[in-house]
Design a protein around this ligand. Structure first.
Ligand SMILES: [Zn+2]
Length: 86
């Protein structure tokens, strides 16, 4: 996973699915086993997304964590995030 943008989108997607599953579980309080399973899976997905974000959404040059990705340059060191490593 080289592109911080891919990691950013992917981690956001995983976190969204986690939140959705957890929310879906909250609607199934009558089904305790299902609720617990959805809740746990949702939390695990959410944490995985957070981990991915923190681990891979980084500048390849200065290793700064990119909270938001604006344009194609690192806001910290100003270098290109998507340089082809040819
Ligand atoms: Zn940088």
């Amino acid at each position: 996973m080289r592109s911080p943008k891919t990691a950013f989108v992917l981690s956001g997607l995983i976190m969204s699915v986690g939140v959705t599953l957890t929310a879906a579980g909250l609607n199934l309080l009558d089904e305790a086993a299902l609720y617990t399973a959805l809740f746990i899976i949702g939390i695990i997905l959410f944490i995985s997304g957070l981990y991915l974000n923190n681990r891979y959404v980084r500048c390849p040059h200065c290793d700064s964590h990119l909270k938001r990705i604006q344009g194609s340059k690192c806001p910290y060191c100003g270098r290109e995030l998507y340089k082809n490593d040819g």
